[in-house]
Design a binder for this molecule. Structure first.
Ligand SMILES: *[C@@H]1O[C@H](CO)[C@@H](O)[C@H](O)[C@H]1NC(C)=O
Ligand SMILES: *[C@@H]1O[C@H](CO)[C@@H](O)[C@H](O)[C@H]1NC(C)=O
Ligand SMILES: *[C@@H]1O[C@H](CO)[C@@H](O)[C@H](O)[C@H]1NC(C)=O
Ligand SMILES: *[C@@H]1O[C@H](CO)[C@@H](O)[C@H](O)[C@H]1NC(C)=O
Length: 264
């Protein structure tokens, strides 16, 4: 980076950092998250000890908390994977105003992603909710998280369609919705990801998976199958009836008649 740019960056960081108002919001964020999450193994409880000593930066040593700078509380990312956590999607994140990464993977979180998630944490570059029990639709306005480049929802219970608006997430370099309950067509700009990003959803279709049936063709085919099977049933019924009526001995004496029938 050019020296001028470096200096500018330093000035920006300095001007936005030390005097705690944004830092204090980040502490509020962590407190709200701590209150909203169920922590059966007591992992957060043993590490997230909030104090009122006016020292900034102590929250940066909490398990799972990464700060932009160790001497201030501004949270860069929350890495809370595999801690046995439960409960709904964590609350209070809008006060982590500089959050760029959120990893809640391999816990037991459940319930929907809040519809206003983009308003809460607009600058995310990485969102990993994989291996939980989240459910409901994937909020369409995640498409407004324009910086998102890693997005993993693998192995949850998300249902409904992948929002078509996700076509506008043009920075995505990693995307995975495998093992959910999704259906409908895969948005075209996501078709560059491999089938393994979409496997394990019964109703998803289109590249890189199988073609989507067009509605007309499907209805036509159903119609035809119906027609064929009802004609088949009618013919079978009539033939069976006629045969049984006129040739009852075929049924009664069928064993004895076998040789004759074969001769005929
Ligand atoms: C954010 O922090 C402010 C100031 O402490 C607080 O009043 C507000 O309730 C917090 N918002 C959330 C969503 O926790
Ligand atoms: C996950 O949470 C559900 C309730 O939300 C509970 O029934 C289940 O036992 C939990 N599973 C684990 C592995 O903690
Ligand atoms: C996101 O979309 C939901 C409906 O899909 C809407 O209720 C909500 O207000 C939207 N939020 C933002 C921030 O656009
Ligand atoms: C969200 O993204 C859509 C396109 O996907 C755009 O039309 C809309 O204006 C965006 N909303 C905001 C609040 O940025």
């Amino acid at each position: 980076m050019a020296d001028g740019a470096k200096l500018l960056l330093c000035l920006l960081l300095l001007s936005s950092s030390p005097c705690c108002s944004s830092s204090e919001l980040d502490v509020q964020c962590l407190k709200a998250l701590y209150r909203s999450v169920i922590d059966p193994n007591g992992i957060l409880k043993s590490s997230w000890k909030f104090v009122n000593n006016g020292i900034t930066g102590y929250t940066c040593k909490f398990i799972g908390v990464e700060c932009w700078h160790p001497d201030e509380n501004r949270v860069l990312s929350l890495r809370l994977g595999n801690l046995g956590l439960q409960g709904p999607f964590p609350q209070g994140l809008q006060n982590c105003t500089s959050l760029s990464g959120l990893d809640l993977s391999s816990n037991n979180f459940s319930g929907p992603i809040p519809a206003d998630i983009t308003k809460q944490i607009p600058y995310l570059t990485s969102l990993d909710l994989s291996y939980n029990s989240f459910s409901g639709p994937i909020p369409a306005n995640i498409s407004n998280m324009t910086y998102l480049n890693t997005f993993n929802l693998q192995h949850n219970q998300f249902s409904s369609e992948i929002p078509r608006q996700f076509d506008s997430l043009d920075r995505l370099s990693s995307f995975n919705v495998a093992d959910n309950l999704l259906s409908g067509p895969i948005p075209s700009s996501l078709q560059r990801f491999p089938a393994s990003s979409f496997d394990g959803n019964q109703g998803l279709c289109g590249a890189p998976l199988d073609n989507c049936p067009t509605r007309r063709r499907r209805r036509h085919r159903l119609h035809r199958i119906n027609e064929e099977s009802s004609i088949g049933a009618a013919v079978g019924f009539v033939v069976g009836f006629v045969v049984a009526f006129y040739f009852p001995h075929w049924f009664v004496f069928s064993k004895r008649l076998h040789p004759y029938i074969f001769q005929i």
